[in-house]
Design a protein around this ligand. Structure first.
Ligand code: FES
Length: 199
């Protein structure tokens, strides 16, 4: 394993581990630290989390694939998560989730489960984002947006395109690429023993 935490992250890690009765129980918080430190959780990040918490990489993968909010390598740099649970499906005065998905598709060429070819943007339908009385609700990376209207979403996309040096028409006519979200890849042989010594 070659991945290491920075000195600052090591300090944070010590605080996290101090808060839990054992290393295994700190795994979720350690994964959040890995995500912040490296911008996503890739194979190297999972191995680092496994070694830190003294669990198998398979155990870490199970956690990372269950909690779909974690940023993974197959997601776009900018990740749209559109709540498609009941209240956002029914919608409110601002609109409903299908409208948000339609705006994202029209502007960026991506449907749920897809990423733009250049890897800049991806979109997913997700379960309830815990703001059911203010539909439709979306998250863009770590930003939470409620009562999102088509116009607000257009503005958000425009500002992201400008930030990334793309014209407003850049993705017109392009098709998205499926994110292979369900295909994990552990490229490095696991060397950390699991709780029962499993290798
Ligand atoms: S149903 Fe969309 S936030 Fe709960």
């Amino acid at each position: 394993m070659t991945r290491k935490f920075s000195a600052a992250a090591e300090t944070e890690l010590k605080d996290i581990l101090d808060d839990f009765p054992n290393k295994k129980s700190a795994l979720l918080m350690v994964l959040r630290l890995v995500e912040r430190e490296f911008g996503m959780i890739d194979d190297g990040g999972m191995e680092l989390a496994a070694a830190t918490c003294e669990v198998s990489v398979a155990h870490v993968l199970g956690m990372v694939s269950f909690y779909t909010h974690f940023k993974r390598p197959f997601h776009g740099k900018h990740r749209f998560m559109v709540c498609a649970t009941l209240m956002c499906s029914i919608g409110g005065p601002s609109g409903k989730c299908d409208q948000s998905l339609a705006v994202i598709h029209r502007r960026l060429g991506i449907a749920p489960g897809e990423c733009t070819e250049d890897g800049l943007f991806s979109v997913e339908k997700v379960e309830c984002l815990a703001d059911c009385n203010r539909p439709p609700v979306i998250q863009k990376d770590n930003d939470h947006h409620v009562n999102i209207t088509d116009a607000l979403l257009e503005e958000l996309i425009d500002s992201l395109l400008t930030r990334e040096g793309r014209s407003k028409e850049h993705y017109a006519g392009q098709k998205g690429i499926a994110m292979n979200a369900r295909i994990p890849s552990i490229s490095v042989k696991q060397t950390v023993p699991g709780p029962q010594g499993i290798r």
